[in-house]
Write a protein that binds this ligand. Structure first.
Ligand code: LRH
Ligand code: MN
Ligand code: MN
Length: 429
C-alpha cells in the first residue's frame, strides 16, 4: 500500500515520543484499573473507531465575504484523495472519504483506483442541488426537490440518482441529501405544499436505492434560506425518515441547530425510535460555523457520545451510525484541522466508554442529580490521550500527527506541485 508521507519520517517522529507514551499509558492503565476499567478494552475500541473525511474539507474554505486560498490546495478530487490519505496515514482513524457530487465528479474507475492506492474506501455520497453548475439546464435558485416546477424537481431527483450510480461503482453504501430549499420572505412559499413536493421527490430517489444502501436526510435550521427551510429540524427529518421507509435515516450535523438546543437529546430520541443515521461532526459558536470538532464545546461532543456508547453497550437493534466530519477551514491547514478533529471525535468516544454506567443508573434511580452528573464528569475529565496515541502507534500512525505532518514538509511540497487555484471546491456552506 502506498503512503503519502515517508514511513521513515513517521518512525523518527514516533521514536522521539515512544518512551513517554508508554509511561503515560501505563500510568493511565493503573488509574483505570483502580476504577475497574481494563485499558486494553478501551484501546481495542479506540483502534476500531472510524470517522469519514469530507472531500470538500481538505480545500481551504471561505465565507460569503471572502476566501483566502491556502498553499498547495487540492486542485481536483485526486489531490483531495491524496490529502485524505495523509490524514489516514497519521491518525489511522479515517479510512473513508465522503464525496460531494458534482464537485468530485470523475470517472468512477479512476476514483476507485485512486483511493485503493492508499487502502481508502468511500463513505456516503453527497448530492448537491443547492447550487447551479455551468452546464445545468434549470436553476435551483428557487429550490430543487421541493421546487414548484416539476421539471426542476425531476432534474434534482435525477442528480441524486446519478449520485447513487456513481456511489455504487465506487463501493459507497449511502446517499446523504441536504437541500437549501426554503424561503426568504413570509408568504413566499406554501409550507405544506413545498413539503409534500419534497416528500414526493425523495420517494422517487428512495425507490432507486440499492437494497443494501441507506438514505440519510440532513436537517438544517436556516441558510441559505433565511425565513423558512423545508427540512429545518429533527422533527421534520424524523417525519421524512418515517415516510420514506426502513432504509431512510436522519443525519445530524452538529452545526445545524439553534443555539442552546440539546443535541444529545435529539440523538437519544432518534436512537430510541430507530432513525439515527449518522453525523456530520463539527463545532460552532453562532450558527453553521463548521469549526473543528470539539474546538468550542468538547463537553457537548462527549455528551453526544455518551448517548452513542449507551446505545452501543445496551445493544440497540440495528444501531450503526455513520461518523463523518463536515468542516470548513478558513485560517488553519485543513489537513491539520481534520486530523485533530478526527482525534477529537475519537477522544469523545473513548471518554464516553469510561462512564460508570452502573453507578450512573443507580444515581438516576435515586434522584441523586449531583452524583449522576459527577459520574459523567469523572469520565470526561479523564485524559485519554495515551489511549488515542497508542491506538495510532499500534496501527502504524503517528503518536503526534500534527508534529509528524509538520516535520514531513508535506504542505511545502504540495505547494510546489499544486499551483494556486481560484476555488477549493465547496467548503463555504
Ligand atoms: C450544509 C452542509 C451539508 C452540505 C455541506 C457542504 O450546510 O452541512 O452537509 O453537503 O454542508
Ligand atoms: Mn453537513
Ligand atoms: Mn452545514
Amino acid at each position: 500500500m502506498e503512503m503519502m508521507i515517508d514511513a521513515d519520517a513517521v518512525e523518527a517522529s514516533n521514536a522521539a515520543r515512544e518512551r513517554a507514551l508508554r509511561a503515560d499509558y501505563a500510568a493511565l492503565g493503573e488509574q483505570l484499573d483502580r476504577r475497574g476499567i481494563a485499558i486494553a478494552e478501551i484501546l481495542d475500541k479506540a483502534e476500531a473507531f472510524a470517522v469519514a473525511i469530507p472531500s470538500w474539507g481538505v480545500g481551504t474554505g471561505g465565507t460569503r465575504f471572502a476566501r483566502f486560498p491556502g498553499e498547495g490546495e487540492p486542485r481536483d478530487v485526486f489531490d483531495k484523495i491524496e490529502d485524505c490519505a495523509v490524514i489516514q496515514q497519521l491518525t489511522r482513524a479515517t479510512p473513508t472519504v465522503s464525496l460531494h457530487i458534482p464537485w468530485d465528479k470523475a470517472d468512477p474507475r479512476r476514483l476507485k483506483q485512486a483511493a485503493s492506492r492508499f487502502g481508502l474506501g468511500f463513505d456516503a455520497m453527497n448530492s448537491n442541488t443547492f447550487s447551479d453548475t455551468a452546464d445545468q439546464k434549470l436553476s435551483y435558485k428557487f429550490g430543487s426537490l421541493s421546487h414548484a416546477d416539476a421539471a426542476v424537481r425531476r432534474q434534482a431527483v435525477d442528480h441524486n440518482i446519478e449520485c447513487i450510480e456513481i456511489g455504487r461503482e465506487i463501493g459507497s453504501k449511502a446517499l446523504t441529501v441536504w437541500i437549501g430549499d426554503g424561503s426568504n420572505f413570509p408568504g413566499q412559499v406554501n409550507f405544506a405544499q413545498a413539503f409534500t413536493r419534497y416528500l414526493d421527490s425523495m420517494k422517487a430517489i428512495y425507490a432507486q436505492l440499492p437494497p443494501d444502501w441507506r438514505l440519510f436526510t440532513e436537517h438544517k435550521m436556516y441558510e441559505p434560506a433565511f425565513y423558512s427551510t423545508v427540512v429545518q429540524d429533527w422533527g421534520t427529518n424524523y417525519i421524512i425518515a418515517r415516510e420514506l421507509g426502513p432504509k431512510a435515516f436522519c443525519l445530524v450535523d452538529l452545526g445545524h441547530h439553534a443555539p442552546n438546543v440539546n443535541i444529545e437529546m435529539i440523538v437519544s430520541r432518534l436512537i430510541q425510535f430507530g432513525k439515527l443515521g449518522g453525523f456530520h461532526f463539527n463545532d460552532s459558536k453562532y450558527g453553521d460555523d463548521d469549526l473543528d470538532a470539539g474546538s468550542i464545546d468538547p463537553y457537548r461532543l462527549f455528551l453526544v457520545f455518551n448517548e452513542l456508547v449507551e446505545a452501543e453497550l445496551s445493544g440497540v437493534d440495528g444501531f450503526n451510525p455513520a461518523h463523518m466530519l463536515d468542516q470548513s477551514h478558513n485560517v488553519t491547514d485543513p489537513i491539520e484541522s481534520l486530523m485533530l478533529s478526527a482525534v477529537e471525535v475519537q477522544r469523545a468516544y473513548a471518554a464516553a466508554l469510561l462512564v460508570d454506567r452502573k453507578a450512573l443508573a443507580a444515581f438516576q434511580d435515586g434522584n441523586d442529580a449531583l452524583m449522576a452528573t459527577q459520574t459523567l464528569k469523572a469520565a470526561y475529565r479523564t485524559d485519554v490521550e495515551p489511549i488515542l496515541a497508542m491506538a495510532r502507534f499500534n496501527r502504524g500512525g503517528a503518536i503526534d500527527p500534527v508534529a509528524a505532518y509538520r516535520a514531513s514538509g508535506y504542505r511545502r511540497k504540495a505547494a510546489v506541485e499544486r499551483p494556486a487555484v481560484a476555488s477549493g471546491g465547496g467548503g463555504i456552506v
